[in-house]
Design a protein around this ligand. Structure first.
Ligand code: PAF
Length: 281
C-alpha cells in the first residue's frame, strides 16, 4: 500500500528526499477521492517522478453553518485510489492541530480574484484555502501542483497566490471529469439522495442550453444568465449564482465571447453544487 505520513515534519522530510530524484508534483485534496482526483494523480505522474497527495479536510475554509462536521471521509478507500493512480506517498494528518498548531495566527488573504462568485457567498473560504495551500507548498516545495477546474475560481486564486508570494510551485489546472450524464465529479455528490441524483444534472443541462443559445448568436449576458437560472429553478434547485465572467480576472462581461465562462452554484436540498464551463467549448 502507498506509504502514508501523518506528521508535517515527516511530510517535509519525505518531500525533501523525493526532490533529490527530480521534480516533485503535489495533488492537494480533502479526501473522499473520486475519478477526478485520480485523473489529477495520473496527470501528475506524467510531470514528475514523485507524486505526493495530501488528504486533509481543512477547517479554515468552511463557514460556521457549512458541512465541515459531515464532510465525507474514507481514508482506506482513498489510499487504495492513490495507490492505483500512481501516488508515491500520501500526507494525511490525523488532526487539524498538525496543520494549525496551538498559537497559529497567520493567514493568507487573497485579493480581488477571491471576491466574486464563491468568495461572495462563502466569506473567508478562499482565505482558508490560500492559507492551507500555502502551507502545503511551503512544506513540500513541490515543483508543480495540480487542481481540478471544477473549482475554477480556487485554481485562479491559488495560482495568483503562488506567483504573488514567490512560492516556486507551478499551479496547473486540469479539466473537469464528469459522470456519463454530465454531473461534475465532486466528493459532495455523496450527499445526494437517489431521488435527488438525477436532478443534479440540471447544472450541466443549463451549461449546454446556454452554450446552444450562445452559438445561435445570443450575446446579451443577462439573457444567457437568465436562461441558466431558469433551467436550474425548473429542476427545483435554488440558485446561488449563475454568472458569466471572463476566464482570467473573473470580471463580468458586457459581450460574451467563446472564452467567457458560465459559473453556476445551486442548492439541491442542503447540497451545494458548483460547475463552470467556457461558452465556446
Ligand atoms: O479543492 C480542495 O479539495 C481543497 O479546497 C484544497 C485545495 C485541497 C484545499 O483544502
Amino acid at each position: 500500500m502507498v506509504p502514508v505520513v501523518k506528521a508535517s515534519h515527516d511530510f517535509r522530510r519525505a518531500c525533501q528526499e523525493a526532490r533529490v530524484d527530480g521534480p516533485l508534483a503535489l495533488v492537494p485534496t480533502m479526501g473522499y477521492l473520486h475519478d477526478g482526483h485520480a485523473s489529477l494523480i495520473r496527470a501528475a505522474r506524467n510531470l514528475a517522478p514523485t507524486v505526493a497527495v495530501t488528504i486533509f479536510v481543512n477547517p479554515t475554509q468552511f463557514g460556521p453553518n457549512e458541512d465541515l462536521s459531515r464532510y465525507p471521509r474514507d481514508l482506506e478507500s482513498d489510499l487504495r485510489r492513490c495507490e492505483s493512480a500512481g501516488a508515491s506517498f500520501v500526507f494525511a494528518p490525523d488532526s487539524p492541530v498538525e496543520i494549525y498548531p496551538a498559537g497559529f495566527q497567520t493567514y493568507v488573504e487573497p485579493g480581488p480574484l477571491a471576491a466574486p462568485l464563491c468568495g461572495a457567498r462563502r466569506p473567508g473560504h478562499f482565505r482558508g484555502v490560500a492559507t492551507v495551500v500555502s502551507k502545503l507548498f511551503a512544506l513540500s516545495r513541490a515543483d508543480v501542483a495540480l487542481f481540478g477546474e471544477k473549482d475554477y475560481q480556487q485554481l485562479l486564486v491559488i495560482r495568483r497566490m503562488a506567483a504573488d508570494l514567490d512560492l516556486g510551485t507551478e499551479v496547473i489546472g486540469r479539466p473537469i471529469v464528469r459522470e456519463r450524464d454530465g454531473l461534475a465529479l465532486s466528493s459532495r455528490n455523496a450527499y445526494l439522495s437517489p431521488e435527488d441524483r438525477p436532478r443534479a444534472t440540471a447544472l450541466w443541462k443549463a451549461i449546454l442550453a446556454v452554450r446552444e443559445r450562445f452559438h445561435a448568436g445570443e450575446r446579451d449576458p443577462a439573457a444567457l444568465e437568465g436562461l441558466a437560472r431558469q433551467g436550474l429553478e425548473r429542476a427545483g434547485l435554488v440558485v446561488d449564482y449563475a454568472e458569466l465572467r471572463d476566464p482570467i480576472e473573473l470580471q463580468p462581461v458586457s459581450r460574451p465571447d467563446p472564452t467567457t465562462r458560465l459559473f453556476l452554484a445551486a442548492f439541491l436540498g442542503k447540497t451545494r453544487l458548483i460547475d463552470n464551463a467556457a461558452l465556446g467549448e
